[in-house]
Design a protein around this ligand. Sequence first.
Ligand code: E4P
Length: 219
Amino acid sequence: MKFFIDTANLAEIQEAYDLGVLDGVTTNPSLMAKEGITGEDQIRAHYKAICDIVDDKVSAEVISTDFEGMIREGKELAKIDEKIVVKVPMIKEGVKAIKYLHSEGIRTNCTLIFSAGQAILAAKAGATYVSPFIGRLDDISFDGLELIEQIVHIYQTYGFSTEVLAASIRHTMHLIKCAELGADVATCPLKVITGLLNHPLTDKGLAQFLADHAKAAGK
Ligand code: E4P
């Protein structure tokens, strides 16, 4: 399973990259706004800065909601760097835009997926990734992980090449369950990735090893 980090914060992206397990980055307009990134030039420069840190696959989201606007923005975003994946919302015009961008050889990530039906549409249009938001489904008492299982099953059954990018991940159990269910990618905040490191028995065991070594060495 690939790990993407879900942030526009350069320091966090660098930290995850330095850990050696990062395969890509996802952003969205809210995450960009959180970093105070506004205006076309600043946004382009920020995406470029992200691309300069990681090896590949930086999702950059369009703001337009009409077909022409999404195509124009998608082409502009794709020009910033070959690592860019154009993120397009799951709306009617978005499906058409995904189909068009796919035909132009531009990779897409269909975002705001909340049902298997939407995931089927995005795959048929040629999306490179679909992003089911599991945390936001859990928030309204729907089972986000069940949706991951459903989409993985459907894609495997029909041999769709679209990758399932589990998004809106809130904690380490979400991430582990997504791995069990066969999600191709999980995008999550830095704290979820580093949270996988933690186990009290690891800390206890290491402390014991070091203490025993020190004792034997007469320290
Ligand atoms: C995915 O690409 C989105 O940016 C993200 O995962 C949304 O997560 P949230 O529900 O925590 O905002």
